[in-house]
Design a protein around this ligand. Sequence first.
Ligand SMILES: NC(=O)c1ccc[n+]([C@@H]2O[C@H](COP(=O)([O-])OP(=O)(O)OC[C@H]3O[C@@H](n4cnc5c(N)ncnc54)[C@H](O)[C@@H]3O)[C@@H](O)[C@H]2O)c1
Length: 382
Amino acid sequence: MKKVRMGIVGLGVMGTAHAQSILNGSVKDAELTAVCDTYTPNLDRVVGPRKFDSVSALIRSGLIDAVVIATPHYGHTVVGIEALKAGLHVLVEKPVSVHKADAERLLAAHRNPRQVFAAMFNLRATVRYRRVRQFIQDGTLGSLVRVTWMATHWFRTNHYYASGGWRGTWKGEGGGVLLNQCPHQLDLLQWFCGMPTRLMAFCKMGAHHPIEVEDEVTAYLEYANGATGTFVATTGEWPGTDHLILAGDKAQVEVISDGRTILRRNRMPTSKLCRTSRETMPKPVPEVTEYPAEKEGNEHLVVLSNFTEAILKGTPLIATAREGLNSLELSNAMIYSSLTGKPVVFPLNGAAYARRLKQLIRGSGRGSLKSPGKRVRPARAK
Ligand SMILES: NC(=O)c1ccc[n+]([C@@H]2O[C@H](COP(=O)([O-])OP(=O)(O)OC[C@H]3O[C@@H](n4cnc5c(N)ncnc54)[C@H](O)[C@@H]3O)[C@@H](O)[C@H]2O)c1
């Protein structure tokens, strides 16, 4: 195979952007040979590839080697399983599925190791977050003490939620800020810190918008080594901030909203200072290095190119679909903890969460998201 013949399912905001990137030659060794959207007017958004209004017809067409899935979230599992069973390489948009049990079914359909199965976690391709991971992996930070992430920069309007019938509902989207916007940060959180052992979260459903799902989250996390974390996110705040602080025994790293990264190295590990200092409140000045914000490229392109290279040359993936299970489990656990009012001990019971989600879906779609000014009472959890 010299070039990967790519298909895209879902020509909405994201699928169209991916299609244009391939069509304009930005993804080396990839050609867009076919696209599919069940809402046929959206097929007019691209010129050139063969067009299908049925996913099965696209998958069986023989026109594609690989497929990018950019449908609403529930479609990821259904389309993904069909594509994997047909032997195609798959790149699935985040989140990999809506809930853990669905994701496990999707991952179980990936039986052939020669089939590439990737996930679109484009923030992993940014210089600033790669640097943070390096600080953790090379021991610069020392053992993790605390992680704090304030991800309140995801402001969305009522008009946004009304822009697609699936948005803002349990039935269509399967969650809110945790399922749509935060998979990126939750993926990085687990990429940096691993999975927590336990978390407790408080989600507000429709706090800022006429939607059923969570648009505000405050979570507390605990890790096996005793480290703790907090994660705060919303789509209802302006100006928000995207502020990450990782405190380790040897250093602290901070990534600020404007893209700068500040590394503060301790002259002595905090645990040793605490044990050995004869002072009561020492304030040793750390060694500070500031990394200016880089102009980031189009990280989606980096992931698309990496996917193509993985198919053609076996290049390791930036993010495998299997790794996407972790961010999904974190988001599910935060919603579950909030609904039950109890901490979640990991691993999350995927079947129990799926049952709870089903209850929410039964009460889903009662309000109209088409009238942005109107407040819709959130579905009540039983
Ligand atoms: N990686 C990122 O930075 C990023 C950014 C935005 C969205 N996304 C993800 O991309 C996906 C799509 O989001 P969007 O904002 O483009 O949504 P959208 O509503 O704009 O587009 C979804 C498209 O899928 C089509 N569709 C629905 N069901 C289908 C099916 N079964 N088969 C074929 N087509 C179908 C719809 O008609 C629509 O055109 C979501 O998973 C979202 O989380 C990722």
